[in-house]
Design a protein around this ligand. Structure first.
Ligand code: SF4
Length: 230
C-alpha cells in the first residue's frame, strides 16, 4: 500500500473509531518516572494488575529514592501482583539507581529538552526498556507526538493491511508514526487499543459489527465465517 493511501486509510479509521469509542484527549503532563515504572509493571500483564502493583509500591515507599535503596525482595513483594516480579523488581531498582548516579537525582525531566528521537534513545539505554515502553513514557508523561505500538495496535494495523506480513512488532512504530498526523497520534493510540480490546480481538474478532469493516481486507474475508459461527 502506498504511503498516501495508508495516510488516507488511517484518517478514515480515526474518524470511525472516534464515532465508535468517543474522543480521547491528552490529559496533561505526568511525572515521567511514575510513567516509566508503571509501564514496566504493565509489561505482559493486564491494566488492573499493573495498577495494583504500582499502587502497592507507592504505598510502601514514600519516594523513588527509597525504592532505589530498598532490597529487591521488598520491591518484589509489592509488585508481585503485576507478574514477572523477579525480573521487574531488579530492573526498576537498577534504573532508579542509574538515574541517581548519572543525573544526581531520580528524575527524567531532562528528556523534555530533547527531541523525541534523542529522548527515546536515552530511555532505550536502560535494561528492560524497549521501544514501546520508551515511547509510552514520552507520549503519556510529556505529550510528545510519538506512536507506541502495543499488541492490539500491531494486530489491527496488520489486519488493515498497513503493515507487511513480515513486520516485526518492535519496529512497527517506525512504519506507522509518519503515516499519522502528530496531533492525532495520542488519540489514535488509545482508540486502537480500545478497539482491540472490545471489537478486533485476537481471537474471534467481531468483524460483522465492526465499523472498520468497509476498510478492512481481513474483515471482509473473515466476516462471512464469523456470521456463520454466530
Ligand atoms: Fe478487526 Fe474485523 Fe474490524 Fe478488521 S473488520 S478491524 S479484522 S474486527
Amino acid at each position: 500500500m502506498s504511503n498516501q493511501r495508508a495516510r488516507r486509510l488511517l484518517r478514515s479509521v480515526l474518524k470511525l473509531l472516534r464515532r465508535a469509542h468517543g474522543r480521547r484527549r491528552w490529559p496533561g503532563p505526568r511525572d515521567p518516572v511514575d510513567v516509566l515504572v508503571a509501564t514496566i509493571l504493565s509489561q505482559n500483564t493486564s491494566g488492573g494488575n499493573s495498577a495494583a502493583g504500582f499502587r502497592r509500591l507507592r504505598e510502601r515507599f514514600a519516594t523513588w529514592d527509597e525504592v532505589a535503596d530498598a532490597r529487591v525482595a521488598a520491591i518484589e513483594r509489592c509488585i508481585r501482583v503485576s507478574g514477572l516480579s523477579r525480573r521487574k523488581a531488579p530492573r526498576i531498582r537498577a534504573i532508579l539507581r542509574q538515574l541517581r548516579s548519572d543525573r544526581g537525582g531520580i528524575g527524567l525531566a531532562f528528556l523534555a529538552e530533547m527531541g523525541p528521537d534523542r529522548a527515546c534513545e536515552a530511555l532505550l539505554r536502560f535494561d528492560g526498556v524497549g521501544p514501546k515502553t520508551a515511547l509510552c513514557v514520552l507520549m503519556f508523561a510529556m505529550g510528545m507526538p510519538v506512536f507506541p505500538v502495543d499488541t492490539h495496535i500491531f494486530r489491527i494495523t496488520r489486519r488493515l493491511g498497513l503493515l507487511p506480513d513480515a513486520a516485526a512488532p518492535q519496529r512497527a512504530h517506525e512504519v506507522l508514526t509518519p503515516l499519522i498526523a502528530p496531533a492525532d497520534r495520542y488519540e489514535m493510540h488509545l482508540l486502537l487499543i480500545a478497539h482491540g480490546r472490545r471489537v478486533c480481538r485476537a481471537r474471534s474478532p467481531q468483524c460483522p459489527s465492526c465499523p472498520l469493516l468497509p476498510l478492512c481486507g481481513f474483515g471482509e474475508r473473515n466476516a462471512p465465517r464469523a456470521r456463520a459461527r454466530s
